[in-house]
Design a protein around this ligand. Sequence first.
Ligand code: ATP
Length: 315
Amino acid sequence: MAALTLDGVNKRYGDFHAVRDLSFQVEKGSICGFLGPNGAGKTSTLRMILGLQPATSGRIEILGADDGRKVRDRIGFLPEERGLYKKMTPVEAIAFFGALKGLPVAEGRKRAKTLLERQGLGEAQKKKMKELSKGMAQKVQLIASVVHQPEFVILDEPFSGLDPMNQQGLEAMIRGLAANGATVLFSTHVMQHAERLCDKVVLLARGKKAFEGTVDQAKATSPRFLDLDGAISADAAAALPGVAGVETLSDVDGVRRLKIALAPGAEGQDTLKTAFLNGLDVRGFTLKEPTLHDAFIGLTGDHPDQPVASVEAVR
Ligand SMILES: Nc1ncnc2c1ncn2[C@@H]1O[C@H](COP(=O)(O)OP(=O)(O)OP(=O)(O)O)[C@@H](O)[C@H]1O
């Protein structure tokens, strides 16, 4: 059953068409990654889903309602721009956000203490928000957005600015939310998180959907790769069987690392065998499965870590 459906959704800001004919669904109880470079239209879409801004056209249904505002108490939202009241303690801040969603303050405080302890933030309870590290503050903010136990959780770039340790902690929190039955939709331009967490990913590029499906389905759209080290020219590599494309990753006095994209269905064994038989100077090789990052670049032509504007400027 779908907890969220978008059907032909468009968003225009004046003449600028930010979201174009966007349709996708998120199944109840699943984790969906909403992927795209900065400026692709992710935040605009999330805000339309929440009912914080109207769609120019199209239909959005969330938890059976035609407007996110009608079910706002059943939704949790972590905005991209964060900031809890600096002078509050984490418990006060969490209880305050819960109260905004109709949770009695005493119950909010109780849940806040339990959730903070569970996240290893017991000590942080004594501090003010402004005294917490960024990682801790972000965890507190996520707790604040889910303390009312929402059925649907929307997180806008939840991993941004966190070190790897805190990113892992946040991943575990997101898994925990889904394990407790919540539906989670989070936006990110960091593919590794999506790769590890998501039942489904939706790729957005320049406001348009470039892909919707499982992580494995996304990866299957990308070729496998063979990294080849040696005094080998890109042309000689391109002439090998099963090669769809060659990129020179480095070149030190003619000793190169070549990234070879294999043709669909090619395993790389024949390519390597012929390289040896032809007497090419192979000094090392690695066969690589595609990552979600590779799939993203293949599907959109964009680099996920670069804003759309700068990608355009390069072309
Ligand atoms: N209120 C607005 N008025 C005009 N243009 C806007 C407005 N909000 C967003 N845009 C433009 O719409 C495009 C999509 O922005 P949006 O914030 O939705 O992208 P995003 O994928 O979330 O990127 P980011 O991760 O940087 O927030 C951008 O080009 C942005 O400049």
